[in-house]
Design a protein around this ligand. Sequence first.
Ligand SMILES: [Fe+2]
Length: 365
Amino acid sequence: MAIEWKPLEDIKDGAVLAEDLYDGASFKVLLSKGTRINKEIIDTLKKREILWIPVEVKGENFEKIRNSIDFDQELLKVEEPIAPGIRLSVPDEIYRGFITSFKDLSEQLKLGERIDKGLVEHTLGAVVDDLISQKEYVVNLFKKHVSGFLYKHGINTAILSVMAGITLSMSRYHLIPLAKAALFHDIGLMFLSDPEYVDIGGTSNREKILQHTTIGYKILSTYGIIEQREILDAVLEHHEKYNGTGIPFEKKGKDINFYARILQIADAYDSLTSTSSEALKLTPYQALKWLLVRAGKDYDPYVLNAFIKVLGMYPTGTRVKLNDGRIGTVIRTSGAGLLIPVIMVDDTLMDLSKDKSVWIVSVIE
Ligand SMILES: [Fe+2]
């Protein structure tokens, strides 16, 4: 038998509860594993606003799920370094460790096996410690989510969130939960039939957003992957909008969970720059502009400011034209202001804060 999370309206009389179901407020067991669901139980759950539950499904589904999450080699490919010899903010081996541990955990979760949280916790700690030790970031993320969208997107979002969190002077004590919330924020999508989507303006799907945020919240709490309430709330609230028009609660401004306000910007930046949809994909510079026009509307301006400090006004990977006609690629910020990066020109590293005769005249979009 395998587990499948289903909305209450799809639950048939006699379905068997596959896991203990906890009350969200008291964390006491509400219904025990093995309980047969009937109409009375469904009514009670509705009153308690529990809209999705884990039920037992037959073995064919088990096989289907296993096949759908087969480990393919494409998943392990990491973006080529932008410039040889440059220290990237997140080294290859960290990415590989991250993706393996995150994927194992997701697989255990989906198949209803015992969860081994240790690996992910360990990797998160290592990433946070490594990023804390860096002054300027060479933001190297997984590009183009052709395969393994959920893992790559979760990892990229976690890395960007931690970078912003450090800029916001958050301590390690808060950075680890932030990384965790960011890593798992979209895990609910794994339980939907069409997991990849990009929440950009008109393309966002209200029902899908509602489903994946609530399922993610329930799964992470039920399986004890995340225990702290405020991190669970961050997963639930990552589609709220600063002006109060978001999902699911239409919370406004500072009422929105703080971790959520951070990770939702990282979420948007990675979705915009890494989506496999060529029609929706933006360059790092375009994505930054996209975020900036939504400051105070969709996103917390204070938090967005921290992201700009991380990325610079010309994010890593942006192609720029210089006053002498040469073309360069931005590597990182220089520490001398958001408009003055370190760039790579003709295989040579050039710090524009040191060479005053050269400056950026335009961005090649
Ligand atoms: Fe999401």
